[in-house]
Design a protein around this ligand. Structure first.
Ligand code: NAP
Ligand code: ZN
Ligand code: ZN
Length: 346
């Protein structure tokens, strides 16, 4: 018997929910969940903003806990180990993407941690707003001892989602990087961008986040409600990473890129934005997207964070406060990730 919190219908408040998980198979690990981060994707799906939610829905894909049981064939984990689970818990393992360590782009069936089905296409998956989870060992991350579990939980989504594209595009020394939106993903993009050696500018519609942006590692803060910002910073950036959760135009940010500059979309608003051709064609700019990261790269990111002392800035809450946390997240009132302490689920 697993205890958790679920949304029972689109947009309904979160409530206690009891369900069962599969028995621990030979290759499975049972994890007692200690902390789970709250991602804006949880909110999009609880409110069915992406039109693909199935209820009851137990969100949560930034999971850190302790291994309490291992299957007979498991070698990589032992009882008592600290373990992490991110946005997916299985994939086909044979397609080109899976064989390249890009399981998130599995061409057959990526099994997301919640609001998804297992490979049988029927069994529902339920996420980390719960006390335990059973996961195949190959999809479990090893949490380095140096990282505190509550500050490491958001690395499993917000961390890898920003680390992966910055690495893929080789962002580093000598580059000017713009980070649009200072929330969960945005604050990790600042930390990674600065640690990789880039000069980071934060674009935010929240003037009161200016001091935090600098404290987190940005060199500059640009208020997006001020139209002068977009004139003054034209053609300034090599890269821009856009983490905004709400619909907005991309064109005015593209104009801030140099020739051959790259804008990376990771924010996933529910509605499309119009896009003119000219900001792209006039300077051979690129507009690209990126989805989380594969298991191998997620482990690399965790080890990088342990080595370079990178972690999320968190506000730890009991699970009974999830609805209020969602409301505050919608207002941009979060510094900079809510993390649920699952001890509160008694
Ligand atoms: P978050 O913590 O709520 O941060 C989003 C930020 O966007 C806010 O802090 C705010 O920053 C800005 N923003 C929000 N509403 C806005 C508005 N109306 N106009 C302008 N700016 C606004 O969310 P998150 O957890 O970082 O997630 C961000 C987005 O990424 C979500 O859409 C989420 O689903 C998506 N996501 C994608 C992936 C992926 O793999 N691609 C993975 C995880 C999440 P300022 O106050 O600084 O303006
Ligand atoms: Zn997420
Ligand atoms: Zn695959």
């Amino acid at each position: 018997m697993t205890r958790g919190y679920a949304a029972m219908a689109p947009g309904s408040s979160m409530e206690p929910f009891i369900f069962s998980r599969r028995e621990v198979g030979p290759h499975d690990v049972l994890i007692q969940i200690r902390y789970c981060g709250i991602c804006h994707s949880d909110l999009h799906q609880v409110r069915d903003e992406w039109d693909e939610s199935v209820f009851p829905l137990v969100p949560g894909h930034e999971i850190v806990g302790t291994v309490t049981q291992v299957g007979s064939e498991v070698n990589a984990f032992h009882v008592g180990d600290s373990a992490g689970v991110g946005c997916f818990v299985d994939s086909c393992r044979t397609c080109h993407s899976c064989r390249s360590g890009l399981e998130q782009y599995c061409e057959v069936h990526c099994v997301y941690t919640y609001n998804s089905t297992e490979k049988d296409g029927r069994t529902r998956t339920y996420g980390g707003y719960s006390d335990r989870i059973v996961v195949n060992e190959q999809y479990v991350l090893r949490m380095p001892d140096q990282l505190s579990p509550e500050r490491a939980a958001p690395l499993l989504c917000a961390g890898i989602t920003t680390y992966s594209p910055l690495r893929h595009w080789g962002v580093g020394h000598g580059h000017k990087l713009g980070v649009v939106g200072l929330g969960g993903l945005g604050h990790m993009a600042i930390k990674f961008g600065a640690t990789f050696g880039a000069e980071v500018t934060v674009f935010s519609h929240s003037e009161h986040k200016r001091a935090d942006a600098i404290r987190l590692g940005a060199a500059h803060f640009a208020g997006t409600s001020n139209p002068k910002t977009f004139k003054e910073l034209e053609r300034r950036f090599d890269f821009i990473i856009d983490t905004v959760s709400a619909e907005h135009g991309y064109g005015r940010y593209l104009e801030l890129l140099k020739t051959d500059g790259t804008m990376i979309l990771v924010g996933a608003p529910d509605r499309p934005a119009p896009l003119g051709a000219f900001p792209l064609i006039m300077r051979r700019r690129r507009l690209v997207g990126s989805l989380i990261g594969g298991i191998r790269e997620t482990q690399e990111m965790l080890d990088f964070c342990a080595k370079h002392d990178v972690a999320s800035d968190v506000e730890v809450i009991p699970i009974q406060h999830v609805d209020q946390a969602y409301e505050r997240m919608l207002k941009g009132d979060v510094r900079y990730r809510f993390v649920i302490d699952l001890n509160s689920l008694q």
